[in-house]
Design a protein around this ligand. Structure first.
Ligand code: BGC
Length: 308
């Protein structure tokens, strides 16, 4: 088991291991005594941990439970509830989702059960956990975390985060403001969805050498660069830990940097998102599973990177 991975097997995980001794008073993750749990829903695993939103750190080892197969909404919601209970249940919950999420409603699910499409994820996960839950695209969450605490910190202009995992996710920032739900992983390159050629999974499944895969990634980034002309591209996903194998082979015009938060970015970004949404709506605006309407309801409008 990788360090910090917490529990991988399904079933009830053991009690969380705190990373710092309790000091009394609000935890460092708290604003006015509030606590925030980030949960990253992925195609193969669902990971969660309480987050110190002031510093972008996890407050306990994350829990990792395999994504149920099939990954139907109710089954995934049960896992989210298990993770919430594991950490005591008294927090606000931000979740990522590997698809387009508009005002809490899932619009696409390329790497999860298609039964998700049209589901109000805020309401479903709110009912399952009895907590206020916000949901945003996984790459958008990772981007929020990198912009606040990682490679994009203090960066103005156009910044593009690309996550390379099961699929390819993208998050676009203009002067620190997120343009939500960009889907640059589905550009068509040589007749194929880009993520079928240049994702981390494509490298594994097709047993590509680093050199060959870097060629595909380079072609992909070149195409994206030609479309949005970013000042900086941040390459994230677990594979960014091996950046030395592929970054030197890229010929992009602009700056490219590996992500710094790696596997924790989604969890941290999800927690930042629920905090930002609550700040927009006020404390009463995000009641558990409450019916909400309007742009502010889901926090899918302009999300500004919080200043750490
Ligand atoms: C989805 C994106 C997601 C990415 C990474 C893609 O297949 O369409 O929404 O961000 O995978 O999970």
């Amino acid at each position: 088991m990788a360090r910090g991975d917490g529990v991988r097997a399904s079933g009830v995980p053991p009690a969380p291991a705190p990373r710092r001794p309790a000091t009394g008073g609000p935890s460092p993750g708290s604003a006015r005594g509030e606590s925030y749990l980030g949960i990253d829903i992925g195609g193969t695993g669902i990971k969660g941990a309480p987050v110190d939103i002031a510093h972008g750190r996890l407050l306990a080892d994350r829990v990792h439970i395999p994504t149920p197969v099939p990954s139907r909404p109710e089954a995934v919601a049960e896992v989210v509830a298990t993770i919430s209970h594991h950490f005591g249940g008294g927090h606000h919950i931000g979740c990522t989702f590997p698809g387009v999420v508009m005002r809490g409603v899932v619009r696409t699910a390329a790497n999860l059960d298609h039964g998700w499409i049209g589901v109000d994820a805020h309401a479903l996960l709110g009912r399952a956990t009895h907590r206020a839950v916000t949901v945003l695209n996984d790459a958008d969450a990772a981007g929020l975390a990198e912009m606040a605490f990682g490679a994009g910190r203090q960066r103005a202009g156009v910044v593009l985060m690309v996550t390379l995992g099961t699929g390819i996710g993208s998050a676009l920032f203009v002067d620190g403001v997120l343009v939500p739900n960009t889907e640059f992983g589905h550009l068509e390159i040589r007749g194929k969805d880009a993520e079928r050629r240049a994702s981390a999974r494509a490298r594994e499944v097709r047993r590509l050498s680093w050199r060959r895969w870097a060629t595909y990634l380079d072609e992909y980034l070149g195409r994206v660069e030609a479309l949005v002309n970013p000042d900086l591209v941040i390459v994230g996903g677990g594979i960014s830990a091996r950046a030395d194998r592929f970054l030197p082979r890229l010929r992009t015009q602009g700056a490219v940097m590996p992500a710094q938060l790696q596997n924790e970015a989604g969890i941290v970004g999800a927690a930042l998102h629920v905090r930002a949404t609550m700040a927009q709506l006020g404390a009463g605006g995000l009641a558990p599973a409450r019916r909400r309407t309007g742009a502010a309801a889901a926090g899918t409008g302009a999300t500004r990177v919080p200043r750490a």
